[in-house]
Design a protein around this ligand. Structure first.
Ligand SMILES: [Fe+2]
Ligand SMILES: [Fe+2]
Length: 372
């Protein structure tokens, strides 16, 4: 039910209120929404899953850690945080260098779509479930993601655009993932999200002259939300030890780790002006984000990728070049070049995947606090 007194998604207590609040004053949303609708290997997708299977999870075996996390999320320390205030400096969109402007808008649209992708999945789980623990968790996470997406839309509106979230819900294609793949993928996307945002936040804290947009000032509280969401998925995986212990599932975990690193690396290298404006070297940044993510993921995954292996960096670069060639061949309709680039990308990915992983014992206690 829409609360008519509600002015902003940041103040909403539920996902429904937050989404209703975001619907106000939508400007030209067509171009941004068209970008958000795209489904490629590199763009954020919407997911659906076996909601009944997820509803049958029993968290009694990890009850103490679960209740602590849920109580933290219910206390809602970030209520009211995700909206513009006196710290929001004026943004000179018209004066922004055109390449930076285009890359930054692309970054905001892609981030907004990713936030909203989480919102849609979590909201659906909350709607379909009967399990009190699960419904409560997913309601809390959907609330956070709706606020995050709403806040990015605030930033986009200043540039005269916005992603039409209602339209996206109805029209974007949904990809089916079994619950176990939802855990692997969503856990990683929440933790990598935390690592990305905190790395940018700390860099700009030390070098404020590179902060070309005020939204980065909000990244600390933002990434703490993502950290909590990742904690929830770590606990969900702990309810079924097979998910992280059989050799077969370990191969899947390694696959998701490799795929996430590769996707992030390729996507970030598509935005050179954005990273230059932030004063960030995308290679160093990627290495740092991977390192933080793996360190955190030790809480539940028994293996991590060896990013210091002599083959890692140059193979990642080869994958990125193959991807550039593929995009160029597709744009120019060059069939054989396209096949060649695809084969090179596949070989590079396989080569990354086959680098021996580092293994370790996973702690019995799962929970961590954001430490970076
Ligand atoms: Fe989020
Ligand atoms: Fe999240």
């Amino acid at each position: 039910m829409k609360d008519t007194n509600l002015s902003h998604s940041a103040d909403a207590s539920t996902v429904e209120e937050a989404l209703a609040a975001d619907n106000q004053g939508v400007v030209d949303s067509e171009s941004a929404t068209a970008v958000a609708l795209q489904n490629t290997l590199l763009t954020p997708r919407f997911y659906t899953t076996d909601f009944d299977a997820m509803d049958s999870i029993n968290v009694d075996g990890i009850r103490e850690e679960w209740d602590t996390l849920i109580n933290q999320m219910k206390a809602d320390p970030n209520k009211g945080h995700f909206k513009k205030n006196e710290d929001w400096d004026h943004v000179d969109w018209d004066g922004m260098e055109p390449k930076l402007r285009a890359e930054f808008i692309d970054f905001l649209i892609s981030s907004c779509t990713a936030e909203f992708s989480g919102c849609v999945l979590y909201k659906e789980m909350k709607r379909r479930g009967n399990n009190k623990d699960i419904v409560e968790l997913f309601q809390l996470m959907a609330r956070d993601e709706a606020r995050h997406a709403g806040f990015i839309n605030d930033a986009l509106r200043e540039a005269g655009i916005a992603v039409n979230l209602g339209f996206l819900t109805q029209n974007k294609k949904y990809t089916y993932f079994r619950p176990k793949f939802i855990y692997y993928a969503t856990y990683l996307s929440e933790k990598i999200g935390y690592a990305r945002y905190i790395t940018i936040y700390r860099h700009l804290e030390a070098n404020p002259e590179y902060r070309f947009h005020p939204i980065f000032k909000w990244f600390r509280e933002w990434c703490n939300d993502e950290f909590s969401h990742g904690e929830a998925f770590a606990l969900l995986m702990k309810t079924d030890p097979k998910l992280t212990s059989t050799w077969y599932n370990k191969l899947w975990i390694k696959f998701f780790l490799t795929a996430f690193c590769a996707t992030m690396y390729i996507r970030d290298h598509q935005r050179p002006a954005f990273h230059a404006a932030l004063g960030i070297d995308p290679d160093e940044y990627a290495h740092e984000v991977f390192r933080k993510t793996f360190e955190i993921s030790k809480q539940v995954y028994p293996l991590m990728l060896d990013i210091d292996h002599p083959r890692w960096q140059h193979t990642l670069e080869a994958l990125q070049r193959a991807n550039l060639d593929l995009a160029e061949a597709e744009a120019n309709g060059k069939f054989f070049k396209k096949i060649g680039a695809k084969a090179r990308a596949g070989m590079a990915f396989a080569s990354l995947y086959l680098i021996p992983a580092k293994t370790h014992e996973v702690n019995r206690v799962t929970r961590l606090e954001p430490a970076y």
